[in-house]
Design a protein around this ligand. Structure first.
Ligand code: SF4
Ligand code: SF4
Length: 128
């Protein structure tokens, strides 16, 4: 198709009086959509250490280390620098111990700041 000079003018005029489609970030904060997937956060009191989140994370961004077998003490590390924010860990968790927060300003010049560690004990059952 051959372009004629001036064929864009009607479209240009239409947009002159419309609000911009872009947002004014960072001068204005963004409105976060309801299902936004930010950083995975652990609710330690709900974790039963089944490791389904570790198994299913496609980015190998979750590690669970056993600190003490006797005391059932564990350390979960979430590597947010590796996380692709897919929320698969949240889907896979049988106890809803993980959720995605609404943080989006996570850029940093130091990747170690994106490593989150949780030390906790597995909840004991009533007959244990
Ligand atoms: S959100 Fe996805 S990539 Fe990030 S820790 Fe969970 S499963 Fe892994
Ligand atoms: S966070 Fe959920 S899926 Fe991961 S180990 Fe704990 S209970 Fe299992």
């Amino acid at each position: 198709m051959k372009l004629k000079p001036g064929m864009f003018i009607p479209e240009l005029l239409k947009h002159l009086f419309r609000r911009p489609s872009t947002v004014n970030y960072p001068f204005e904060k963004l409105i976060i959509p309801k299902d936004f997937r930010g950083t995975p956060i652990l609710k330690t009191e709900l974790c039963i250490v089944c490791r389904a989140c570790v198994r299913d994370c496609p980015a190998v961004a979750i590690e669970i280390e056993t600190l003490s077998e006797e005391e059932k003490k564990y350390k979960m590390t979430i590597h947010n620098d590796r996380c692709i924010h897919c929320a698969q860990c949240v889907e896979s968790c049988p106890t809803k111990a993980l959720y995605m927060d609404d943080s989006y300003e996570v850029a940093t010049d130091n990747r170690w700041k994106l490593k989150f560690e949780y030390v906790y004990s597995r909840p004991k059952k009533a007959n244990q």
